[in-house]
Design a protein around this ligand. Structure first.
Ligand SMILES: *Cc1c(COP(=O)(O)O)cnc(C)c1O
Length: 413
């Protein structure tokens, strides 16, 4: 068989791990819990991890495995694990690396739940998070020490849309024997080759673009096998036995199993289908995003537009280097007051008022009063979440309909 080279061809033609008895063209949904064994000996080998078969669907499942194989094909990663959500991917990865007394370097520019996970959930377990300006290498260097177990960065932060020089950050992390972990949810693998920029572990909320239009919740841990785990205090003993597979061993044989946040076979099926059209949908949404950014700039009521693909953005160059011509399908823009934001949202006729990003539908929300409503005003300011900002996640609608809706919402009497 010809080996496909292109992104979408690779996804569509990823072979099943085992042939299907009925030659189905889609990996069927294996919606079962347990699998049968021919003999006690086979069962023993399977439990020792020495036989590539499935035993129990919390640990592995053929439909989920097929989704993981597809992600492996397009990323070239050594190991891929699909989980029940993006947050599960983040928490599982952190629990593999960190223990009481460890610290993690990241920024305050984070997805809301991730921020609380770092700031509160793991702090209560004795893991410290040092929030830095990740665009400032001196500050990062000053905060790393011998208890640092990860540098964690979002490729485009939400809602600030900050873009860090990842190769630079990776160099600092590696000089200090620390892996670089990214959350690349906003820059899926069709536009961002995480490994080329020095990312060791990439985390993705597949709920977003990969799911195919907000069909289901899911997450991915993409392990490139690039970090030398003998440099990790916690994983060094495993690195002696498993080399580049040490992280994956700890994850699959302990953390992932015991936290139990596995992806359901049904979600894996939907997300495998979503993956097939990822590139097509993303390009359309990203083109809509660029055009709407330009359109919003022409409207007098709009005070400012924030989008890293705009030449005026201070992140334009680094964003182009890392993500090419399509730096995401999300932008933010400011009015002069919170009231104007609310009126505008309420006047919209097609664009939906909803959380989530990278649906096929264009979605709008006011971050300060929703995702960040639990924070006091000072914290919101420290997170750079402003009262006058709206976040728009572009879908794949026809561009004229989007412009018409934005225009009528601004000019409704
Ligand atoms: C949505 C999102 C998450 C969390 O993903 P879930 O699938 O909702 O758990 C994490 N990071 C980013 C950047 C996100 O957009």
């Amino acid at each position: 068989m010809l080996k496909p080279k292109g992104f979408t061809s690779k996804i569509i033609h990823t072979p099943f791990a085992k042939g299907d008895a009925n030659r189905a063209l889609h990996q069927p949904i294996y919606s079962n819990s347990a699998f049968d064994f021919e003999s006690a000996e086979q069962m023993e080998l399977a439990f020792q991890g020495r036989l590539p078969v499935h035993a129990y669907s919390r640990i592995s499942n053929p439909t989920v495995e097929n989704f993981e194989l597809r992600i492996k094909q397009i990323t070239g990663a050594l190991n891929v694990t699909a989980l029940s959500s993006g947050m599960a991917a983040i928490s599982n990865a952190i629990f593999v690396l960190a223990s009481s007394g460890s610290n993690i370097i990241t920024s305050k520019h984070l997805f809301g739940n991730t921020y609380v996970f770092f700031e509160s959930t793991i702090r209560e377990l004795g893991i410290e998070t040092r929030f830095c300006d990740l665009t400032n290498s001196e500050e990062v260097k000053a905060n790393i020490d011998h208890n640092t177990v990860a540098v964690f960065v979002e490729t485009i932060t939400n809602p600030q849309l900050e873009v860090v020089d990842l190769a630079g950050l990776s160099r600092i992390a590696h000089e200090n024997n620390v892996p670089l972990i990214s959350d690349s949810t906003l820059t899926p693998p069709n536009v961002f080759a995480a490994r080329e920029f020095g990312v060791d572990i990439d985390l993705i909320s597949s709920t977003k673009c990969i799911s195919g239009g907000a069909t289901s919740i899911g997450g991915l841990i993409v392990d490139y096998g690039t970090f030398d785990w003998s440099k990790s205090k916690k994983l060094a003993p495993l690195a002696k036995r498993f080399g580049p597979f040490a992280f994956n061993y700890k994850l699959r044989r302990e953390i992932f199993r015991n936290l139990g946040a596995c992806m359901s076979p049904y979600a894996a099926y939907l997300q495998s289908l979503g993956l097939e059209t990822l590139q097509l949908r993303f390009e359309r949404a990203a083109m809509n995003c660029r055009e709407i950014a330009q359109y919003l700039e022409t409207l007098p009521q709009v005070q400012s537009v924030n989008y890293p693909g705009e030449e005026g953005s201070k992140f334009y160059e680094i964003s182009k280097l890392q993500f090419g011509s399509f730096p995401g399908a999300m932008l933010t823009f400011d009015f002069s007051s919170r009231e104007e934001c609310f009126t505008f949202m309420n006047n919209l006729g097609m664009i939906r008022r909803a959380t989530n990003v990278y649906d096929n539908k264009t979605l709008i929300l006011h971050p300060a009063s929703t995702i960040y409503c639990d924070f006091d005003p000072e914290t919101r300011i420290s997170l750079d979440v402003k009262e006058v900002t709206l976040r728009l996640s572009l879908g794949i609608e026809d561009i004229e309909d989007l412009k018409d809706d934005l225009f009528q919402a601004l000019n409704k009497g």
